[in-house]
Every structure is written in C-alpha cells, then in structure tokens.
Design a protein around this ligand. Structure first.
Ligand SMILES: [Mn+2]
Length: 343
C-alpha cells in the first residue's frame, strides 16, 4: 500500500484495506519489543477491527505482554512468541500468504528478535502505522506515520470513526488506555483537542477512566516497591541537578522478582523534581542485555541523541541499546555530556 502526506486520505486507504482487501490469506500484526500500552492496545484494537471484517490475524510480540496490559486482551489474541511464530510458519507451508502490519514503530529493527525472523522476509507485503518522527533515511511509501498524533491508538480511533463502526467497551478501554498512557495522562505536548475528544467519546462508550488508571498504575506487586528503592539508591545528579542518572541491574531484578518488562516507568520518577530536565536510565535485563532509556522536559530533545546512537523515540522519551562490547561508564558519560550541551 502507498501512503501520502494527507492524513484523511491515508485513513481512508486503511479503511478500504480493512474492509475490502482479499489479497492475503491472513495478517500478522506486530509492534515494538518491550511493548508499552499503546503498542499492545493498538494491536488488540486493530486485530478486532480486521477480524470483524472476516480477516484472520496472528498477533505477535518479541516480548511478553506485561501482566496488567494483558487485561485489555479480552479475546486472548496474544500467545507466546514461539507459538505465534510456528503458527505463521505452519500457514506458510500450506501455501498461504500474509501481509505484515507493524504498529507503533516504522522501523522493523524496533520489533526486537522478530526483526531477524523469517516471518519478516516471508511476508507478501508490509505496512507500518506509527506516530514517531520519521527520519529522512528510512522513509518509505509503506509507512503511514503522523507524528502529530498522541498515539497509534488515537490513529486507530480515527479509523474506527471514519468507518462508523461500533466500538465495543472492551476496545474503547484498550484505545483509551493507549491514548492516556502515551500522553502521560493527557499532559504531553501532543495532547490535542482531538485527543481529548477521542478520549471523551471512548468514555461515552462505557470506558471508566478511574478503572483504566488503576489497571495502568495501581497494580504493582510489593517487589516493585523494593525495586524502586534499589533503583533510587543509584540516583546521581549532574549539570546543576538538571540531569538525573539511574541504574537498574539484573541482580536487582533477581532480588525483587520483578520482570524487566515491568520496569519502564521507573525512568519517570526524577522528573517530579523541578530542577531535573532530563533523566538517563541505564537498564540491564535478565539476560544482561543493556539499554539507555531517556526522558526529558519541554524542548530538551533526547530523540536526536537516541537516534545518533542507533535508537529511536520521541522528543521527550527515547532510548537505544548498548552493544555488549561497549563500556557502560563511558557510554553514560558521553550521554551526560551530550545532554548537557542541549540543556
Ligand atoms: Mn506509541
């Protein structure tokens, strides 16, 4: 499918695709690894839309769906990674073809181990629906990306609206959760009047904002509280208390029993301090894989830094992986220096 610069036109192309395409036997829907609520909810809502038009979908993610987010998966569209991969391969062996639909990223490498699987090369075609800034060097006409949108869930809401389709409460819940979490509870810069109108409409369809908040932010096991304590004990401040650096090690995960997939929100804690304008979070997963996650306030653009290190993200939330040969301390020091230049 070819997309253009016109948002409404592209929404219509997707509507037409969902309703009318007969080209493929099935559809594989994937989002980025370490999935957040927008990634999970957009897959759930898109699968529901496709299957209501008789399309068979396989949903897959390189990582486990976080326990609280699996509450939005009321149809149980996700199973474990290996199972979904073998379902795709089984269908392929019988001569069936599929279209790959990538949500909440426009770069295949962001899908984690899935990116290296045969399922990418075996797809008849691939389309991306995203809201991250597209860098010039990877633009393609199969990418439908609107960086002005708060979330992919908001884009999928727009698709539902222009179809005049019924949005059941379970899907309204998932879409509202994706929109509210990607906007940091309706406060990030991309929260527009349309974002709030979408949220309002979803609430009128039965979504209870207090219940969604509870699912997203009030379901922590006690291990998480202890992990907070351990991570916060690593806090170091730089550049006149404007850069906060935190670390998470695999030993901390072992000690508290918290899976790595549940540690995404710890990076936000230092932002509560008025002098802090950027946070650098050095994270290690259970297998020792390392990553730098960054958060910032206002016009401090950490996406540019993440991109220059082979990662991606938004102006105020971005990250990149560190290869096993790199020395963590020197990577950390370089990042602190790069951020202090743009403060
Ligand atoms: Mn998103």
């Amino acid at each position: 499918m070819n997309f253009s610069d016109n948002y409404t036109e592209n929404i219509q192309k997707i509507v037409d695709f969902v309703k009318n395409t007969q080209k493929y036997d099935f559809y594989v829907i994937v989002s980025h690894d370490n999935p957040d609520c927008d990634a999970i909810s957009s897959v759930i809502a898109f699968e529901y839309m496709m299957s209501s038009f008789g399309k068979r979908c396989v949903c897959i993610n390189s990582d486990m769906v976080p326990a609280n987010l699996s509450l939005f998966d009321f149809k149980k569209v996700y199973s474990d990674y290996e199972k979904s991969l073998s379902e795709i391969n089984l269908n392929l062996k019988t001569g069936k073809t599929y279209c790959l639909i990538v949500l909440d990223t426009h770069e295949m490498r962001m899908t984690g181990k899935f990116a290296a699987s045969d399922a990418v090369a075996n797809a008849e075609s691939t389309i991306y629906i995203d809201h991250h800034t597209v860098h010039q060097d990877n633009s393609s006409d199969a990418i439908f990306c609107n960086p002005d949108k708060s979330s992919v869930c908001e884009i999928i809401y727009d698709i539902y609206k222009s179809m005049n389709a019924v949005i059941p409460t379970e899907i309204a819940d998932a879409l509202y959760a994706g929109i509210s979490s990607d906007t940091g509870q309706f406060r990030f810069a991309k929260t527009t009047a349309q974002t709030l109108a979408a949220a309002s409409d979803l609430v009128s369809r039965g979504t209870n904002p207090a219940r969604i908040y509870e699912i997203l932010y009030e379901h922590e096991p006690v291990g998480k509280l202890i992990l907070w304590k351990l991570v916060m004990a690593t806090l170091t401040l730089f550049a006149d208390n404007s850069i906060a650096v935190l670390s998470l090690t695999k030993e901390m995960l072992q000690q508290t029993g918290v899976p790595y997939s549940e540690t995404g929100d710890l990076v936000n804690i230092p932002l509560g301090c008025d002098s802090v304008r950027a946070v650098v979070f050095c994270k290690e997963n259970e297998k020792g894989g390392r990553k730098i996650a960054m958060r910032s306030k206002g016009d401090v653009d950490v996406a540019v830094i993440a991109h220059s290190h082979g990662g991606g993200g938004h102006r105020n939330a971005a990250g990149f992986k560190i290869s096993s040969d790199d020395d963590l301390t020197s990577v950390k020091n370089n990042i602190i220096e790069e951020i202090s230049k743009i403060l």
